[in-house]
Design a protein around this ligand. Structure first.
Ligand code: HXC
Length: 280
């Protein structure tokens, strides 16, 4: 039975043929958009997620498009498990060209009462996990003569963002890590960049951004559909919400030879969102 052709994207078919990509948190939301595009472009995509149902659904969806995909259960907070997954990819597929550190955890919570474990959970997923995965990928990428690491940042730490001390601290750390690893690993031809997505109303993000009552914080992901539509029309300078495909396109660009002289850069992909003054 022939497989259906992957839908056309702005990138040429076969752009990433023969390459292997690992996408953490790649089974849902923005991560799934990234996994799907990389597979459409010919990469073998390994999707890592803590949640087996997410893995099964994503694998089936990408297979149905004719993509090469495999999955692995992984909590990026466990350095030994991360190491085992990356070594497994190198043994089984022979290489690792692209690492997308997409896995993230987030929720609004007052700093005054944030528990040590809540602080630790977000820091460990967003920042430590990014480091553990990058460190595990390093020897494989160095051995094969190079690779690309693409981290997930945000824009909320560019200014004060109440109720998000944990995530803003973690993502500021991701920015620092991106710049430092870019310089440190440039001799090995490992390019390290980051993408800072603007508001993209995936299910996970809307859950993470559910505001406590009377929080006084800008309601980015307004609960009602009417407010959502209003935001799309007036709240974002380019007049719409973002999509996982917007972020996936930047990942594909950075993973491709178009990004050959780009390292240590943090690309904001947000329709101008963070620059615009917003009412509460
Ligand atoms: C206060 C909370 C909380 C909340 C969890 N905790 N949610 N505290 N307010 N809303 C606390 C718990 O009470 C616990 O502390 C600690 O955090 C760990 O919670 P667990 O549920 O036991 O941890 P775990 O199962 O590992 O889950 C990790 C998680 C969860 C981060 C808490 O939300 C998660 O898995 N999220 C992944 C999906 C996600 O968040 N996606 C959105 C990413 S959006 P105690 O002390 O009770 O033990 C994003 C930004 C996009 O990253 C920016 C766009 C502009």
């Amino acid at each position: 039975m022939s497989t259906p052709p992957a839908p056309t994207s702005i990138f040429r078919a076969g752009l990433l043929e023969g390459q292997v990509a690992l996408v953490t948190g790649g089974g849902t939301g923005i991560g799934l958009g990234i996994s799907t595009l990389l597979a459409d472009l010919g990469a073998h995509v390994v999707i890592a997620s803590r949640k087996p149902p997410h893995l099964e659904a994503a694998e089936a969806a990408i297979r149905a498009r004719g993509g090469a995909v495999s999955t692995v259960a992984l909590d990026v907070r466990q350095p030994e498990a991360v190491q085992a997954v990356v070594n497994g990819i190198a043994d089984r597929l022979g290489r690792l060209d692209v690492l997308v550190n997409n896995a993230a955890g987030n929720f609004y919570a007052p700093s005054a009462t944030l528990s040590p474990n809540a602080w630790k959970s977000v820091l460990e997923i967003d920042l430590y996990g990014t480091f553990y995965c990058s460190q595990a990928a390093y020897p494989v990428m160095a051995r094969q003569g190079g690779g690309r690491i693409i981290n997930t940042s945000m824009t909320l730490h560019y200014r004060g963002w109440p109720l998000m001390a944990h995530a803003t601290a973690a993502k500021a750390g991701v920015d620092a890590l991106t710049r430092t690893l870019a310089v440190e690993w440039a001799p090995q031809r490992i390019r390290v960049n980051a993408i800072a997505p603007g508001p993209i109303p995936t299910e996970g993000v809307r859950k993470a951004f559910a505001l406590p009552p009377d929080s006084g914080v800008p309601d980015i992901f307004a609960a009602t559909e009417a407010r959502m539509a209003e935001y799309a029309r007036t709240g974002n300078p380019l007049g719409r919400w973002g999509t996982p495909e917007d972020i996936a396109n930047m990942v594909a660009f950075l993973a491709s030879p178009a990004g050959d002289w780009i390292t240590g850069a943090i690309f904001v992909v947000d329709g101008g969102d963070w620059l615009a003054k917003r009412e509460g």
